[in-house]
Design a protein around this ligand. Structure first.
Ligand code: FDA
Length: 328
């Protein structure tokens, strides 16, 4: 890994190749099925996943979420899953989210619910995702909860934005994630400023063709800053969803992080030390916490975006770690 002068971390050519390979492995259904069916590999990888997920059941998410709330963080909770391919399974996923909201309501836990539209219908038909999202948004509204739609691969971007727009006209408690690495995102931001939902700005986790997106680079960091500034200057509700210290320090320096509707959001298990410093410095911080058994793709992304995590994962497989809670 090489460190350039202004503090931006860039990856060497070899590391970039590892990143590409991990991102392709992540999308390979055969590899996933093989690992999930393996009595040796599955428990080992589960140990590595534990660093990044709350656990495999809803109660794990609720318990860890409650602890983070008590420490002064806001939370996003996600029942992990994507690319559900039957109507019945989409219905089942929607019901799991309904049940999660019920439990959060009973426990009086304010939370954002994060979800992939392909988890609740997009891979079967857009209309199913739309119908399920409307039901979830209505339930969330009643329980004073917020829904945040994740952004998936670029071949789904148009459909995800279209569904968001339809739901957003009726429900102001639904937001959308946009990826700075996509070349189209500036136009999308300008368009979506006319909708009320929060925009969660991320760099982008998926491997995309070079004509559609740029990779991790100074250029991407500058673009991220430009988009963040665009949203914040328009006073649009914004989640700065990155672990990139150089970006956060720059936004801090420009005085953009003190605005009421701007928050910093990071993934559970990633840069907990930094998140704590920001929370202790009175910045609005939100931890994104996932649970469920479908953690395979999620783990692959965490390893791909920061290859040194491969060593951490190997260590966790040998000596299970005790969780991240004490770091927050
Ligand atoms: P970058 O990858 O450049 O990393 C910057 C620095 O942060 C690294 O040098 C390292 O110090 C630290 N870091 C980053 N990742 C790390 C890791 N896994 N482990 C340890 N340190 C790490 N993507 C997407 O395509 N669709 C989506 O809907 C979402 N949703 C989402 C929500 C939230 C709350 C977050 C924080 C992120 C996402 N992402 C996402 C993932 C996002 O696109 C991106 O892949 C990761 O955030 C990593 O990129 P960074 O912005 O952190 O920068």
């Amino acid at each position: 890994m090489k460190q350039v002068e202004d503090g931006v971390t860039l990856f060497s050519e070899e590391e970039s190749n590892v990143i590409k390979a991990l991102k392709s492995i992540a999308r390979n259904q055969q590899v996933k099925t093989k690992i999930q069916g393996s009595e040796e590999l599955y428990p080992l990888l589960k140990r590595a996943a534990k660093r990044f997920i709350a656990g495999e059941i809803k109660e794990d998410g609720i318990i860890k979420g409650r602890e983070l709330l008590n420490k002064g963080y806001a939370i996003s909770l996600e029942y992990i899953g994507e690319n559900t391919d039957t109507v019945e399974e989409c219905e089942c996923a929607k019901e799991r989210f309904m049940d999660l909201m019920e439990s959060l309501g009973e426990a009086s836990m304010p939370s954002t619910i994060s979800l992939d539209l392909s988890h609740i219908g997009l891979s079967v038909h857009s209309d199913i995702a739309l119908k399920n999202l409307i039901e979830l948004a209505a339930k969330a509204k009643k329980s004073s909860l917020y829904i945040m739609i994740s952004m998936e691969e670029s071949n789904k971007t148009d459909r995800i934005i279209e569904i968001y727009k339809k739901v957003s006209r009726e429900y102001d408690n639904v937001g959308l994630t946009l990826q700075a690495h996509l070349n189209r995102s500036e136009d999308d931001i300008l368009d979506l400023l006319h909708y009320p939902g929060k925009i969660r700005l991320v760099k982008g986790a998926y491997q995309e063709p070079p004509n559609l997106a740029i990779t991790r680079s100074d250029e991407l960091n500058h673009r991220y800053l430009q988009f963040a500034e665009l949203l914040i200057k328009k006073n649009h509700p914004t989640s700065i969803a990155t672990h990139d210290e150089s970006i956060i320090q720059e936004l801090k320096k420009r005085g953009h992080l003190n605005q009421d509707n701007v928050e910093l959001e990071m993934l559970y298990g990633v840069r907990a030390d930094f998140m704590k410093r920001l929370k202790d410095g009175n910045y609005k911080t939100r931890v994104y916490l996932t649970y469920g058994t479908e953690w395979y793709l999620y783990l692959c992304h965490r390893l791909a975006e920061y290859p040194p995590n491969i060593y951490v994962a190997l260590t966790d497989m040998i000596t299970p770690h005790n969780g991240n809670q004490s770091l927050y």
